[in-house]
Design a protein around this ligand. Structure first.
Ligand SMILES: *[C@@H]1O[C@H](CO)[C@@H](O)[C@H](O)[C@H]1NC(C)=O
Ligand SMILES: *[C@@H]1O[C@H](CO)[C@@H](O)[C@H](O)[C@H]1NC(C)=O
Length: 448
């Protein structure tokens, strides 16, 4: 066992992986008794924090609020520990707590699962492996989503190093675009037959010289691939190059055509973006990791072109509010009604939540989710609230379709939490379920 490869941390990025915590999962994965271990792990889990669950004491309550939680809602959770775990979100009655019950786990996306994309229409889940355990290449896996929540792998292909985000594009979801942080690339794949993923194009990016933050901007670092609301464009925020790369998607062709990029503030490090496709206007919001800003654009279309007018910029805690030292913005999401914007920041540790263990009085340190209302006329952001996200390093989070739940992937704590959200007012509420997962949790998505 002495010659197991040491986990490799991508160039100068303190957020990619905490190497000391990665060795154990790597060791575990190399053991042939893996199945047994998973079996034991399940029995060791203890989920949900309602003491009276299962005692039949819940009062009969109107089903209205229970309706907001779909009958069979699954969460898929990716971990650098090498696994994708399926949890079933259950609620015995409208008055009972939600529970996250583990129902399946797969190591089919190992070594270092970094991102999950669900192609709902085709019941296929894509998982990118960032390649941190090899240090020189990543991989892309496709899984068939089974009704009981389990995943059956269909294919796995090697990719350029460092994929951290994927987006389905093209008519009937035939294409998949991957942003490669560590490999400075954008790759596209034909997934019409998810059992036989085939490469379409790979673009490798270069920079003549480092950006203003040389330790993080020594090379281009595409951090996300996002399809616009029309499905005609793919946007790729590049943390290293301080720009958003733009590609157009032509009908019936998975090859992308490069457009002029959208330049952003130098040194800001664009990371993720999201669209608010409202009745009258379309806005796009970008969160920058190095500058800790949120930048809003009004998006307009003309013929075959997409155009952006900057309408907003502020720190991630809103206008006039400082960002705590060390803060590093991560995810940004727009509510299903397009009226609210939620973003997460890591390494702030300024908030806390009560311990999940009722017998433990020590509070748990937490980073924030920051919640804004979007002005439909101007695209300006109004701070609604800032809430504890349930632990440390919320790398990514997802909102369910009804807008009633937010699931947060906590990389620093190896935990996923589910938070209530009022779909009308947009307000974030209580943490209603949580689960611990081996390794650093990188992504969580709903399947409803
Ligand atoms: C977290 O923030 C502290 C400052 O509060 C900083 O020294 C440290 O490098 C940061 N950690 C990471 C992983 O960025
Ligand atoms: C209580 O919770 C804290 C914070 O999570 C933890 O560090 C500590 O180990 C816990 N104590 C016990 C006795 O479980």
């Amino acid at each position: 066992m002495g010659h197991l490869p040491q986990p490799v941390v991508a160039h100068g990025d303190p957020y990619r992986a905490h190497s000391s915590r990665k060795l154990l999962p790597v060791l575990l994965l190399s053991l042939p008794i893996l199945a047994l271990l998973f079996h034991c792990a399940y029995h060791g889990y203890d989920y949900g924090h309602s003491a009276n669950l299962g005692q039949g004491l819940e009062p009969a309550a109107p089903v209205a609020s229970a309706d907001s939680y779909a009958a069979a809602t699954f969460l898929y959770v990716a971990s650098y520990g090498g696994t994708v775990t399926t949890f079933k979100l259950t609620q015995k009655s409208a008055a009972a707590s939600l529970r996250l019950a583990p129902v399946a786990s797969t190591d089919g996306c190992a070594g270092s699962p970094s991102w999950l994309t669900l192609d709902d229409a085709n019941s296929v889940l894509y998982c990118t492996d960032e390649g941190l355990t090899t240090g020189n290449e990543g991989s892309l896996s496709s899984f068939s989503v089974i009704e009981d929540g389990s995943l059956v792998r269909l294919d796995k292909v090697r990719t350029v190093f460092g994929p951290v985000s994927a987006a389905v594009y093209g008519k009937h979801g035939k294409g998949l675009a991957l942003a490669h942080y560590g490999g400075s690339a954008l790759s596209t794949w034909d997934v019409e037959d998810p059992t036989a993923i085939t490469p379409v194009q790979t673009r490798l990016f270069k920079m003549a010289q480092p950006g203003p933050n040389p330790s993080r901007q020594e090379a281009p670092h595409p951090h996300a691939a996002v399809v616009d609301p029309t499905g005609q464009f793919i946007l790729v925020p590049d943390l290293g190059a301080d720009l958003i790369r733009i590609y157009s998607v032509l009908d019936g062709d998975l090859k992308l055509t490069e457009r002029d990029p959208l330049f952003v503030a130098r040194g800001s490090g664009p990371r993720h973006l999201a669209f608010a496709d409202q009745e009258e206007k379309t806005f796009m919001y970008l969160v920058t990791e190095l500058g800790n800003t949120v930048v809003g654009y009004e998006v307009t279309y003309d013929d075959e072109a997409i155009a952006f007018e900057e309408v907003w910029t502020s720190g991630i805690h809103g206008k006039g509010n400082d960002v705590p030292a060390g803060g590093a913005a991560s995810e940004i999401r727009i509510s299903p009604d397009s009226n609210f914007l939620i973003l997460s920041s890591r390494n702030e540790s300024t908030l806390e939540i009560p311990n999940f263990d009722p017998d433990n009085s020590t509070a748990i340190a937490s980073d924030p989710l920051v919640n804004f209302a979007i002005d439909p006329q101007t695209g300006h952001l109004d701070l609604v609230q800032e809430v504890p996200c349930g632990g440390l390093f919320p790398r990514q989070f997802s909102i369910n379709k009804a807008g009633t739940l937010v699931a947060v992937a906590l990389q620093g704590d190896g935990r996923v939490v589910v938070m209530e959200r009022d779909a009308e007012t947009g307000e974030l509420g209580e943490l209603v379920a949580h689960a611990d997962i081996e390794g650093e949790v990188t992504a969580v998505i709903f399947n409803e």
